[in-house]
Design a protein around this ligand. Sequence first.
Ligand code: UFG
Length: 350
Amino acid sequence: MMAKILVTGGTGYIGSHTVVELQKEGFEVIIVDNLSNSNIDVLNGIEKISGIRPAFENIDCVDYVSMDRMFEKYPGIEAIIHFAASKAVGESVEKPLLYYRNNLVSLINLLQLMPIHKVKNFVFSSSCTVYGQPDELPVTEKAPIKPALSPYGNTKQIGEEVIQDTIHSNSFYKSIILRYFNPIGAHPSAEIGELPNGVPNNLLPFVTQTAIGLRKELKVFGEDYNTPDGTCIRDYINVVDLAKAHVISVKRLLEEKGESPVEIFNLGTGRGLSVLEIIQTFEKVNDVKVPYQIVGRREGDIEQVWANPSHANNVLGWKAQETVEDTLKTAWTWEKRLAKLREEKKQTEE
Ligand code: UFG
């Protein structure tokens, strides 16, 4: 058995896919998650894919004492991948203190507990949201950080600064900060995928839920942007590809291959697609209709952003492999799986 890795938020969307990839590479995984935006059944999905049920602790990372006890219970953790965070942009505008507390106190607790428990290595989930609307596209890691458009975005910017300052003050720590573009799709086995709570905020779960008939129609937010078809452009990255970048990052930290104590990488494909291109491709590859209506712009949306992933390609040796066509197929297979599970549940209740 290789190193023990703590994955906070390990039952969440990106977290669960990363747990599977870590297990595949022989790592022992301990998940800490308070299930605030995920389901305990995700552990079954993980076990079905990898054959291994990861250790699980239902703890809120904001709770310092419980986290301290968790590190005592699992001695020898060598690295942390910190996913656990609140991530709904709109909710963060309404409940800023919840976001600052959840996202920043968790991070500070972990950074404080690391030297106490001799854990040196830290992988942080950041976001392309830190670039705002970049002046140059595709955006590189050298692009300036723009003022955050939401408390959520601000927690990612502040989080990066907290890590930088902590490492600057103490050479004990090493960290890799990963700036995700837009993760989509599900594991090809359809055992795990995205489980949005309530009405989805993100494009892909809304597309799949509309295609399956759970929602009447998709609202496309704005067609008057300065883009070829007028809708916003994003860099949609396969969630398993994204998960693999975390395994590479953990190995890089453990093998002490970093060029500096903190390294930052964009995780994207390098290709930008518009909202309409996503809808059309989804319809085509899955042979299903997605009824949609163009409505006004959504407040706070960035017009267009896609990654220059060269730094991750060259330095991490990581590259997005999956095509958007195949990724959109996995998203649809997953939505159909969820529909089947709902149907089975209904029948057992009757
Ligand atoms: N969109 C629609 N209709 C919907 C949902 C989304 O047209 O029902 C559009 C949005 O306007 C945007 C695109 O689809 O143009 C993508 O929207 P998402 O909400 O899926 O993703 P965002 O790019 O807005 O947000 C994502 C993450 C955030 C992160 C942000 C950084 O969800 O956590 O990227 O840019 F902060």
